[in-house]
Design a protein around this ligand. Structure first.
Ligand SMILES: [Ca+2]
Length: 108
């Protein structure tokens, strides 16, 4: 018995067929039903708009629970909470999103 590729070849064929079918469906979905009104891309929300969207209770601060809605924000909550109040003011949020990779530059 020397059939080293007997199991893998059908599996590869199945994956290829499934992948091809998925591509056809995706193309058909985009070309088959064009939107009536041209809407190329929604404008990206400004940081201030994102802050307001996250501030669900409208108290002008992001609690830890509110920040949990954004995984990226949740991971950086403690770094962003520069005054240690346990909530992010809009200024702290804007400093975080505008500061990017270096929220706390060391003085030198
Ligand atoms: Ca809030």
């Amino acid at each position: 018995m020397r059939t080293p590729h007997r199991a893998s070849f059908p599996a590869l064929m199945a994956l290829t067929v499934l992948g091809f079918a998925g591509a056809v469906i995706a193309v058909d979905a985009t070309t088959g039903a064009p939107p009536a009104t041209a809407a190329p891309a929604p404008p990206a929300p400004t940081p201030s708009e994102r802050f307001k969207a996250l501030d669900v209770d409208g108290d002008a601060a992001l609690s830890r629970a509110e920040a949990d809605a954004s995984p990226a924000l949740r991971d950086r909550f403690d770094a962003a909470d520069s005054d240690g109040s346990g909530a992010l003011s809009e200024a702290e949020y804007l400093a975080l999103v505008s500061g990017g990779e270096t929220p706390m530059p060391k003085s030198r």
